[in-house]
Design a binder for this molecule. Structure first.
Ligand code: NZQ
Ligand code: ZN
Length: 387
C-alpha cells in the first residue's frame, strides 16, 4: 500500500425523512442567512422545495434564493451566485440538487469570500482557495458523489473548457433516496453509470498489478452498481435499488476507493471536453466513450483487465489467454451499456455530425494514464470511433 493521508469532513445523514428530522439541528450554529440553491425546477415539482423552505422558516432562517443552476454549471453562474451571496451577507449555502447544483455552490462558497477571480487563482496561478462560506447539501439525484468531496466540475463557456476545480467540502450531506424517486429514468441510468465509471477510473489507476484493499472495495462498488441498475430495470421504483445506488455513488467519490492509488480519469477528461463543446449529459457521454477507450488500452494492463473481467463481470477465464479474458471484460461492459439502454455512441447521444472532434481532442487534458498515456492523435481516434 502506498502512503496516504485521508480525511473526510462531511457528516452524512442517509435515509428517508432525514431533512425533516435533522436539517433544523444541522443548521444550528451557523448564521441566520441561508442561501437556498437549486436547479431548474424539479424540486418545486416534487415537493422537496416546500419541505425544505418550511424547515428553514421554522428554524428562523432568512432565505436568499439562488435558483436556475443548470446541468453542467457555468462559470458565469458561479459568479452570479458569489455576487448574490456577498450582496446579501449569506452565512451558509444549502445546495439542493445533484452534482451540478452542488458543484456550482462549492465554487460559489470559495468565490464569495475571495477578492480575486477564482478561475485565475486555480487555473493560471495554480493556487487553491483557503477560505469558504460553510455549505451543506441535500442530494436529489445520485451519481456524481459530489456531496462527499471538494471537487467541482465547472464549464467556462468563454474559454470552452469544462474542468475540475477545488472548492468547499460540505459540512453535511443529506441523502434521502425517496427524493430521487422523481428523477427521470434516463438520468437514473446515467447517474449509475457515472458511479461505475468513477470506480473503474480509480481501479485502473496505478498501481494496477497488486492486491490492495482499495481495488477490492472498487470491485464491490462496481458489482453493486451493476446489480442494482439491473434490478431497477425490472423495478424502476425500487427504493431499495435507488438507495443502494445512492450510497454507492458517494462511496465511489468520497476518496475511500482512491486510498493508495494514483487515479487516472482519462475518460472523464475526454467527456468533460465533449461536454464543453456540446453540453451533453455526463453519464451518457461516459457510456459512449468508455468501451472505446478501454479497447485502446487493455492490452497494456491485461492482468488488471482480466481481474476486472472475472471479478466484476463473472467471466470464466478457463482455457483463455489473459488478453482474451481482458478483452471479454471490456465487451461485457459494452454489452451492459446496451442492455440498460444508455447510448453506445456519440451519434446515439444526439451529438451533431459537424461537431469539431479535433478541437475537443486538442483541448482534452491528457492524464498520466492508468496503463498507457494517450497521444492527442489517439484521443481523436477514440472520439471518431465512438461516433
Ligand atoms: O435542474 P433540475 O430541474 O433540478 O433538474 C435536474 C437536472 O435536469 C434533474 N433532477 C435532479 N434531481 C431531480 C431531478 N429531476 C427530478 N427529480 C429529482 N429529484 O436531473 C438533471 C441532472 O441534474 P445534474 O445535477 O446535472 O446531474 P448530476 O448529478 O449527474 O451532475 C452532473 C454534473 O456533475 C459533474 C458533471 O460533470 C456534471 O457537470 N460531476 C461532478 C463530480 C464531482 N464534483 O465530484 C464528479 C463527476 O464525475 C461529474 O463530472
Ligand atoms: Zn463522473
Amino acid at each position: 500500500m502506498n502512503n496516504f493521508i485521508y480525511e473526510n469532513k462531511t457528516k452524512v445523514i442517509f435515509g428517508k425523512g432525514g431533512a425533516k428530522e435533522y436539517l433544523r439541528y444541522l443548521l444550528e450554529g451557523y448564521g441566520e442567512t441561508v442561501m437556498l440553491a437549486y436547479g431548474g425546477g424539479s424540486i418545486q415539482k416534487n415537493g422537496v422545495y416546500d419541505e425544505i423552505t418550511a424547515i428553514l422558516t421554522a428554524a428562523g432562517k432568512t432565505v436568499v434564493e439562488f435558483p436556475g443552476i443548470m446541468p453542467n454549471p457555468t462559470y458565469a453562474k458561479v459568479q452570479e451566485g458569489a455576487k448574490l451571496a456577498r450582496d446579501n451577507g449569506v452565512d451558509f449555502i444549502l445546495a439542493v440538487g445533484g452534482g451540478s447544483v452542488i458543484d456550482c455552490c462549492k465554487i460559489v462558497a470559495a468565490q464569495a469570500v475571495l477578492d480575486e477571480d477564482i478561475w485565475e487563482l486555480e487555473m493560471d496561478k495554480h493556487g487553491t482557495p483557503a477560505r469558504f462560506l460553510p455549505m451543506g447539501s441535500i442530494v436529489t439525484v445520485s451519481g456524481t458523489g459530489s456531496e462527499m468531496n471538494n471537487g467541482a466540475v465547472i464549464t467556462n463557456e468563454e474559454k470552452k473548457i469544462k474542468c475540475g476545480m477545488l472548492g468547499a467540502a460540505n459540512d453535511f450531506a443529506l441523502l434521502d433516496p425517496s427524493y430521487t424517486m422523481s428523477v427521470p429514468f434516463t438520468q437514473v441510468l446515467s447517474g449509475a453509470f457515472d458511479t461505475l465509471s468513477h470506480a473503474m477510473e480509480t481501479y485502473f489507476g496505478k498501481p494496477h498489478d497488486c492486491n490492495n484493499l482499495s481495488d477490492d472495495l472498487s470491485e464491490a462498488v462496481m458489482r453493486s452498481v451493476i446489480a442494482n441498475t439491473r434490478r431497477l430495470l425490472a423495478e424502476p421504483d425500487s427504493y431499495e435499488a435507488r438507495s443502494e445506488l445512492m450510497w454507492a455513488s458517494s462511496m465511489a467519490e468520497n476518496g475511500i476507493l482512491k486510498i493508495g492509488k494514483v487515479t487516472d480519469f482519462q475518460c472523464h477528461q475526454m467527456e468533460h471536453q465533449l461536454g464543453a463543446y456540446t453540453d451533453c449529459n455526463h453519464g451518457a457521454g461516459l457510456a459512449a466513450l468508455h468501451p472505446v477507450l478501454y479497447r485502446h488500452i487493455y492490452k497494456e494492463a491485461a492482468p488488471k483487465f482480466k481481474r476486472f473481467a472475472t471479478r466484476v463481470w463473472g467471466i470464466d477465464p478457463a482455457g483463455k489467454s489473459d488478453e482474451k479474458v481482458a478483452a471479454a471484460g471490456v465487451e461485457a461492459l459494452a454489452d451492459f451499456i446496451r442492455e440498460i439502454g444508455l447510448p453506445a455512441s456519440l451519434r446515439e447521444m444526439g451529438i451533431p455530425e459537424d461537431t469539431d472532434l479535433a478541437a475537443i481532442a486538442n483541448s482534452t487534458n491528457l492524464t498520466a494514464g492508468c496503463c498507457k498515456k494517450l497521444s492527442r492523435e489517439e484521443v481523436l481516434q477514440i472520439f471518431q470511433e465512438a461516433f
